[in-house]
Design a protein around this ligand. Structure first.
Ligand SMILES: [Zn+2]
Length: 282
């Protein structure tokens, strides 16, 4: 999980480029008429973003200056997402992902664009670049049309949330069924902040990161046992194993403050149960 700079394209850039790809000029007319209202919706989006209040976002009425919400979804689906005239904007947003990694999970290939506020419920921001986040297929699929609201905290927005840069993801290695190790993830801030913690928990839940991180962490446990059985690892003392895991935590987190790799390997080297009782390192 990591933060990204907001796209340099404005709402007006993307809207006029998308409308410009509509073949029949006469069909563009209602979109031109709706442009000021669309701009207002995009401005409102950015105010919420600045204040971290996406849970207050109001669904559009599916009628923007006489243009139905369906037409705004079509503007994305039929024009923005597939035409040559909008390709530079689409690719500019997608290519901003660092090493093509999805900012929501930090692991998947960011091959898609996710509507942070779903396009079926927020007609005003269907082609607003600040509402389009490069994402992996799994995150895009799990989030679906998640709409934040009163009892539904907003997931983190990679362009606007600073919470990516303060530590909140930790893990511990515990004995699971049959005494085999399992990595448990936990969310918590050093200073209590219930509202933000609710959002962080919701981020983990909406993207199914508790489960997905658990699966990837299980692979890390397997990998380390494989290493210990290898020629290189057989002579590894407890202290060398700890040092190896500590360095792996630093290296694999790749500078991301909250990463499942960093949390997992830190949990491994910090767990006496894992090193002593389970791996029986001396
Ligand atoms: Zn992802």
């Amino acid at each position: 999980m990591y933060s990204l700079n907001p796209p340099s394209f404005t709402a007006a850039d993307a809207y006029s480029a998308a409308v410009g790809t509509i073949q029949k000029k006469v069909d563009r007319t209602p979109y031109f008429a709706a442009a000021p209202t669309v701009q207002k919706k995009c401005d409102a989006f950015e105010l919420l973003a600045r204040d971290g209040q996406f849970d207050l976002a109001e669904s559009s009425e599916f009628d923007i200056a006489g243009l139905l919400g369906k037409a705004m979804v079509e503007l994305y689906d039929n024009q923005f997402s597939r035409n040559e005239g909008t390709k530079a904007i689409r690719n500019g947003i997608k290519n901003a992902a660092k090493n093509a990694l999805c900012p929501y999970c930090g692991e998947g290939y960011a091959s898609e664009l996710d509507h942070y506020l779903p396009k079926n419920k927020f007609a005003g921001t269907t082609v607003h670049p600040a509402n389009l986040v490069p994402a992996c297929g799994d995150c895009n699929f799990e989030k679906l049309a998640y709409k934040p609201g009163r009892d539904k905290p907003a997931v983190l927005h990679p362009y606007f949330d600073t919470a990516f840069d303060v530590p909140w993801l930790t893990a511990s290695v515990v004995g699971g069924l049959l005494g085999t190790p399992v990595v448990d993830f936990k969310v918590g801030l050093s200073q209590p902040h219930p509202e933000l913690e609710a959002r962080l928990n919701q981020h983990m839940t909406v993207f199914k990161l508790w489960k997905r991180f658990g699966i990837w962490a299980a692979q890390s446990l397997d990998n380390f046992e494989t290493l210990l059985r290898s020629d290189y690892g057989q002579s590894m003392t407890r202290e060398r194993a700890r040092e190896h895991l500590r360095l792996t935590a630093i290296q694999q987190s790749g500078g991301r403050v909250n990463s499942w790799e960093g949390a997992t390997h830190t949990a491994m080297f910090e767990s006496d149960w894992y090193l002593d009782s389970y791996l029986k390192l001396v």
